[in-house]
Design a protein around this ligand. Structure first.
Ligand code: FE2
Length: 378
């Protein structure tokens, strides 16, 4: 029998039938109150590197963007330059958060046509942008809440990032922390809306479901949620979709929805090849993580079996371990990276496991509930 945690695709999508082939995550654009300081934070605390800039100095009148990169992960941090802008309204409503999840494609026109044909709401008509380094084509569709998916075609582009951006050369270049690529991105949607968005990814984007939890799987005394994981055909893009479920007290998903003002990205999971080194480094740089009680480690090995790592550093750092029938994974979650209890990061190292740490959800939720209690929002 296959354990329930095994992430088997419900249907395998043959490559030839994949109407939306995706090469990977291209970038995440965050709308933030102060892009200049946010870029400094992601460099200093997380070890991102300066990559590109667009703003007043490049002729933009309404916004300024700083792009930072580590491994294959690129973040655009964007702030408005004056009042009354759409970006400003987004920040007022949501706080700092992810506006665009950009997906790297070979054909932005076709990606747009295929998804719109299946019912997607257009966000950006296919648009060619050019500079001395070539051209890109971008298009976009609306996803949950104010979040959008952008399709980026860059095969004819050889510049630093995108046309309109210039290389951002900085004299301040803190060392990277070993973050490699985006493993998955989780969205929180409203009460009873999980299946609607699961269907959106299935029908409009051709994704398939990996594994589902229900509220009996993921509940503590207080909080509960339901979650389904959607994956594209080649497995490079994975979007778990959460909705709140009834519990004794307020679900952490409901807390997110209250503070974000609707659905949005809850966490970005980034992969490392050495989580002990990465998390040691991140903690030394001031990144704050959720902690679990020491008791979590007492029976850890009986739960997950033999692992390569010593228990001591895992416990000291608060790293969690979970196993499925293909291997195990190590993971840890930051506290929210802005004043509102909304967006946070997950650091993950996979050693065979393709699941998402279901076995840790209870310990994790209890850690979040302790934070909620401190915030008075439980
Ligand atoms: Fe995750």
């Amino acid at each position: 029998m296959i354990p329930q945690t095994t992430p088997i695709l419900e249907k395998i999508i043959p490559e030839a039938e994949d109407f939306l082939p995706l090469n990977g995550t291209d970038y995440l654009e965050l709308y933030v109150g102060n892009a200049k300081q946010a870029a400094h934070f992601y460099k200093t605390a997380f070890g991102f590197q300066s990559l590109a800039y667009a703003g007043l100095a490049t002729g933009l009148k309404d916004r300024e963007s700083y792009v930072v990169q580590q491994g294959k992960i690129r973040l655009i941090l964007t702030s408005p330059l004056r009042g009354g802008t759409e970006i400003g309204k987004h920040i007022d409503l949501h706080g700092d958060g992810v506006k665009a999840v950009a997906l790297w494609v070979d054909d932005a026109e076709k990606s747009f046509q295929e998804t719109v044909k299946r019912g997607a709401t257009p966000y950006l008509e296919p648009t060619i942008e050019r500079d001395a380094h070539g051209e890109t084509k971008r298009s976009g569709i609306v996803a949950y809440g104010d979040t959008v998916h952008t399709f980026v075609e860059r095969k004819n582009y050889h510049g630093t990032f995108l046309p309109g951006f210039v290389e951002w050369k900085s004299t301040f270049n803190p060392a990277p922390t070993g973050l490699k690529y985006v493993d998955h991105m989780v969205c929180n949607v409203g009460w009873g809306e999980m299946n609607k968005w699961v269907e959106f990814y299935a029908k409009i984007m051709g994704f398939a479901q990996l594994v589902s939890f229900d509220d009996k799987d993921i509940s503590t005394d207080y909080t509960a949620l339901m979650s389904k994981v959607m994956s594209n055909g080649n497995g490079r893009i994975k979007f778990p979709v959460n909705e709140p479920a009834e519990g004794k007290k307020k679900s952490q998903i409901e807390e997110y929805l209250d503070f974000y003002g609707g659905p949005g990205i809850q966490h970005i999971a980034v992969a490392t090849d050495n989580i002990i080194e990465t998390v040691t480094d991140l903690q030394n740089r001031g990144v704050e993580f959720l902690t679990v009680p020491g008791s979590y480690y007492e029976d850890l090995l009986s739960r997950v079996g033999q692992i390569d790592e010593d228990l001591k550093p895992l416990q000291e750092l608060g790293i969690l371990v979970d196993r499925d029938d293909e291997g195990y994974l190590l993971q840890i979650f930051t506290k929210p990276v802005e004043p509102r209890p909304t967006l946070f990061f997950e650091i993950i190292q996979r050693k065979g496991a393709k699941s998402f740490g279901k076995g840790n959800f209870k310990a994790l939720f209890e850690a979040i509930e302790r934070e909620q209690a401190l915030r008075g929002t439980l």
